[in-house]
Design a protein around this ligand. Structure first.
Ligand SMILES: Nc1nc2c(ncn2[C@@H]2O[C@H](COP(=O)(O)OP(=O)(O)OP(=O)(O)O)[C@@H](O)[C@H]2O)c(=O)[nH]1
Ligand SMILES: O=C([O-])CC(=O)C(=O)O
Ligand SMILES: [Mn+2]
Length: 610
């Protein structure tokens, strides 16, 4: 056997063995251990520019930043190709794809055999959350994509300091194996030329929950390829959390300070591309209210000794939806990317070396290069053709965020006062509703629904149930996951648990316009929530929970008619009665995995609506 040239090594013996085995199987030309140094970053970026994956942006626009265009077929998460391969099929549940782990490994071993030929295999030691946490959560991603290395360096804490601690502890870690599935030598041993965005038509995003392992093949797109994010921090971590009595959730974490100086930490679960990043860096519109960011996508929550639920953001960067992000809607995100050091994928470009996407600026530039690399003018947009892909993304260091809360650095996290569930519903769901208790809150989360978005491949705009905004991310049986939520309520002092709310920024009038201005104006909803937590705001009992009356919301200086506000906050029992069979149909899919308390909650709702 020939030895593969290697840069770097480890004293973690089990890790060293695994890396050798993978290298022997995938046959890269070289193995490189990622150190996390600045010099390495320059080297990787230069390689990506040389290979055509990266186009540098103008230094006076976005310093040390790059544009990348993916293969047009590799633009989003592929839920149909995502598997939870538990030993027992029942542990995967009806919401996940499943295959017997041994059978799946057979398929994947064939695909990975020689899949890195002609390429460099990078080994990325990383930690999700803090390296000085009580139990640091290690991972190692092996990948043949330099784009993944550049992105992982932004999204997670990586490199030498992590590896040193892993070695010292001979620590356990999550094994993530990734290949774009585009070897640079064919079956005859002939060289194949590389492309700017290598990937494979065949894609598999596979999780082996008992082994805490992830095998991802064929895609270079964020959610499929940056294995620390959805694959580890949600799918694998949700299994660890079930086993360990904690929670791994698709939630932002916001610090909100009232004019009186009272601090509340709020977590919110909205499905992909439904407003987490935006709310996490909210630009408040009410005088004296201050919002700061702890996290924008993932929350790991554990109970503190005081009985409260504490949330940590395990990530180190932001991987945000570009379209819709602008100076008007999310100035803080704009200021973050202006500082540079970012990767922009599938956005449009301006003639002066900057990036652009729909709604970034009030005026659309006269001349752009679209995400396919073609010339684009506003006339091309008249038929709805976008200059940037709807799921185009910015990848940027969270430390550049001007609103980053100092508590982001707190290894034990922040105590959560309220959990918000929300989705895109053009009808039925009012602006805000308070759950009666934890069990009712779990029911609200379990029946959360939203119109699908471009964050995953497939049809956009179809209403689907998305429990706790975790449908694509629950790493085990969804019924057991809902049971875990209920157990949390039973095992802990309910008076110390967060209060639960349902929100909807996306309700529309008959003419199709959003009823609620959203974005910064969501401060008004948060103010009501904080006042509810403090016992000072009024609410009305409705069949679905407690909602504010118009006079309970602060609408000072809000550009909204009384009728529009009334329509935004209204609970229409007729609309909700139409929802009941849909919830029943959703619950039926769980079979005997559905916790009885949730069936009871549906009965209660049915009675309240009759
Ligand atoms: N109408 C309206 N649109 C919003 C609001 N908040 C966010 N959006 C839009 O929703 C889209 C997605 O928002 P994000 O905040 O990036 O979504 P996310 O939940 O962080 O998404 P993922 O990163 O995919 O998990 C963007 O186009 C936003 O402009 C709001 O309050 N009202
Ligand atoms: O995972 C991704 O690609 C981006 C993301 O946050 C989501 O889809 O929820
Ligand atoms: Mn997300």
């Amino acid at each position: 056997m020939t030895t593969i040239s290697t840069r770097g090594s480890t004293r973690h013996t089990e890790l060293a063995d695994w890396v050798s085995q993978v290298a022997a199987h995938t046959t890269p030309d070289e193995v490189v251990w990622v150190t996390g140094s600045d010099e390495e970053s320059r080297e990787i970026n230069a390689l990506l520019v040389e290979g055509g994956t990266f186009v540098p942006l103008a230094e006076d626009k976005k310093p040390n930043s790059f544009y990348a265009a993916s293969d047009p077929e590799d633009v989003a998460r592929v839920e149909g190709r995502t598997y939870i391969c538990s030993q027992d099929e029942k542990d995967s549940g009806h919401t996940n794809n499943w295959m017997d782990p041994a059978e799946m490994k057979g398929i994947l071993n064939d695909l990975f055999a020689g899949s890195m030929a002609g390429r460099t295999m990078y080994v990325i030691p990383f930690v999700m959350g803090h390296l000085d946490a009580d139990e640091p959560m290690f991972g190692v991603e092996i990948t043949d994509s330099a784009y993944v290395v550049a992105s992982m360096r932004i999204m997670a804490r990586v490199g030498d300091p992590v590896l040193a601690t892993m070695e010292e502890l001979q620590a356990d870690y999550v094994k993530g194996l990734h290949s774009v599935g585009a070897p640079l030598r064919n079956a005859n041993g002939d060289d194949v030329s590389d492309v700017a965005w290598p990937c494979n038509e065949t894609k598999y995003i596979v999780h082996f929950p008992e082994e805490r392992a992830i095998w991802s093949y064929g895609s270079g797109y964020g959610g499929n390829a940056l294995l620390g994010k959805k694959c580890y921090a949600l799918r694998i971590a949700s299994v660890m959390a079930r086993d360990g009595g904690w929670m791994a959730e698709h939630m932002l974490i916001l610090k909100l300070t009232s004019p009186e100086g009272a601090v509340h930490y709020i977590a919110a679960a909205f499905p992909s591309a439904c407003g987490k990043t935006n709310m996490a860096m909210l630009d408040t519109t009410l005088p004296g209210w201050k919002a700061e960011t702890v996290g924008d996508d993932i929350a790991w929550m554990r109970f503190g000794e005081d009985g409260r639920l504490y949330a940590v953001n395990p990530e180190f960067g932001l991987f945000g939806v570009a379209p819709g992000t602008g100076y008007g809607t999310n100035p803080n995100a704009m200021h973050t990317i202006e500082r540079g050091n970012s990767i922009f994928t599938n956005v449009a470009r301006t003639d002066d070396g900057d990036v652009w996407w729909e709604a970034m600026t009030e005026q659309t530039p006269e001349q752009l290069t679209d995400w396919h690399g073609n010339d684009w003018t506003p006339a091309d947009g008249e038929d709805g053709t976008k200059a940037a892909h709807p799921n185009s993304r910015f990848c940027t260091p969270i430390e550049q965020l001007p609103t980053l809360a100092p508590e982001y650095y707190e290894p034990n996290g922040v105590p959560i006062s309220a959990i918000l569930f929300g989705g895109r519903r053009k009808d039925t769901v009012p602006l805000v509703t308070e759950a009666r208790d934890w069990q009712h809150g779990t029911f609200i989360g379990a029946t959360l629904s939203s119109e699908t978005t471009a964050a995953a491949t497939g049809q956009v705009g179809v209403v689907r149930r998305d429990p706790m905004a975790m449908l694509p991310f629950i790493g085990y049986n969804a019924g057991d996951y809902l049971g875990h939520w209920l157990d949390i309520g039973k095992q802990h002092d309910e008076s110390k648990l967060p209060k639960v709310y349902l929100v909807n920024w996306f309700r529309k009038s008959d003419d199709g316009a959003f009823l609620w201005p959203g974005f910064g104006e969501n401060t008004r909803v948060l103010k009501w929530i904080v006042e509810r937590l403090e016992g000072s705001a009024g609410a009305e009992e409705t069949p679905i929970g407690l909602t504010p009356r118009a006079e309970d919301l602060d609408t000072s200086d809000l550009d909204l008619t009384a009728d529009e506000l009334a329509a935004a906050i209204a609970v229409d029992p007729a609309e909700w009665r139409e929802e009941l069979p849909l919830i029943q149909e959703w619950f039926d899919k769980f079979g005997d995995s559905l916790p009885q308390q949730l069936a009871d909650e549906l009965d209660t709702l049915t009675q309240r609506l009759s």
